[in-house]
Design a binder for this molecule. Structure first.
Ligand SMILES: C[S@@+](CC[C@H](N)C(=O)[O-])C[C@H]1O[C@@H](n2cnc3c(N)ncnc32)[C@H](O)[C@@H]1O
Length: 239
C-alpha cells in the first residue's frame, strides 16, 4: 500500500436514535479540526456501520456490479469500509482512497493492510484540493462526505475533470427534504462552527448538472432511523 501526504496536503499510503446522536453531535462538534480524527475511534462500530453506512455501500456496489472499472477514487473514504469492499469486488482495479482526517486514514490503512499488500493508495487531501491529473479515474465514489464540503459546486467541477469521458460518479450524501430544511440545517450547524450542506435531491442534481455531468439515476437510500434517507445520485461524464 502506498502512503503519502498532499494536505497542506498528507499522503498515506453513519439508525435510529443512535444515528441521530452521532450525526447531531457531529454537527455541533465539527468546529474542532480534529472532529473526524476523534470520530475515527468509534466509527467502525458494527451497529453504526450496519445500520447507517452499509446500506449505502451496498447500493454503490450494486450499481457498479456490471462494470469493470480500472481506476476508482473513493473520495472522503473514512476508515476504508467501502474502499476495501471495492478492492475485494474489483481486484484488478487501482483504488485510491482520499480523506482529510489522518485518524480515519490510519484506520483505513490498518484495514487495507490486514489482508492486502498492493493496489491501494490512501491520500490525505481536502476533497476541495485534490492532487490528481484530469482524467485520472473511471469511477468516483463519495459516500456520506459531500455534505461537509464548503464549496460543493467547485468540488463537483473538479470531480468531472478527474473522470475520463464515460466515467461515472456515485455520490450519496446526507440530504434534506426541502430547501427550507436545507437552510435551517445549514444555519444551525453553522452555530457549531461548520455548516452542513445537506442538499435536497433537486439541489444535488443541479450541482451535478451544472458541473457538466449527466444524471443517470437519483434515489433515496432506505435505512433505519429518524433522519431523512440519504440521496444517492449516479452521474456520467459524457464527453
Ligand atoms: C461520515 S464519514 C464517511 C466515510 C466513508 N465515505 C464511508 O462511507 O464510510 C465522512 C468522511 O468525510 C471526510 N471529510 C469531511 N470533510 C472532508 C473534506 N473537506 N475533504 C476530504 N474528506 C472530508 C471525513 O474525514 C470523514 O472521514
Amino acid at each position: 500500500m502506498a502512503v503519502g501526504d498532499h494536505s497542506d496536503q498528507t499522503v498515506f499510503h453513519e439508525p435510529g436514535l443512535h444515528q441521530l446522536i452521532i450525526e447531531l453531535t457531529g454537527w455541533s462538534m465539527a468546529r474542532s479540526p480534529s472532529f473526524f480524527d476523534r470520530w475515527s475511534v468509534s466509527y467502525d462500530r458494527e451497529r453504526l456501520q450496519q445500520s447507517t453506512y452499509a446500506p449505502i455501500h451496498d447500493e454503490v456496489l450494486r450499481r457498479l456490479a456490471e462494470t469493470k472499472p480500472g481506476r476508482i477514487l473513493d473520495l472522503g473514504c473514512g476508515t476504508g469500509q467501502l474502499t476495501k469492499r471495492m478492492i475485494d469486488t474489483f481486484p484488478a482495479a487501482g483504488v485510491v482512497g482520499t480523506d482529510l482526517s489522518s485518524g480515519m486514514l490510519t484506520k483505513a490503512a490498518d484495514r487495507l493492510s490486514a489482508d492486502r499488500t498492493g493496489g491501494a493508495v490512501l491520500v490525505r487531501s481536502d476533497a476541495q484540493r485534490l492532487p490528481f491529473a484530469a482524467g485520472s479515474f473511471d469511477v468516483i465514489t463519495c459516500t456520506e462526505s459531500f455534505h461537509w464540503y464548503t464549496d460543493q459546486a467547485a468540488t463537483m467541477e473538479t470531480l468531472r475533470e478527474l473522470l475520463v469521458p464515460g466515467g461515472r460518479l456515485l455520490v450519496a450524501s446526507v440530504a434534506t427534504i426541502t430547501g427550507i430544511g436545507e437552510d435551517v440545517l445549514r444555519f444551525v450547524s453553522q452555530l457549531g462552527g461548520t455548516p452542513i450542506r445537506a442538499l435536497t435531491g433537486d439541489h444535488m442534481r443541479a450541482v451535478v448538472e451544472k458541473a457538466g455531468l449527466t444524471v443517470l439515476d437519483q434515489r433515496r437510500i432506505r435505512r433505519p432511523g429518524f433522519l431523512p434517507p440519504p440521496i444517492f445520485t449516479e452521474a456520467v461524464r459524457e464527453d
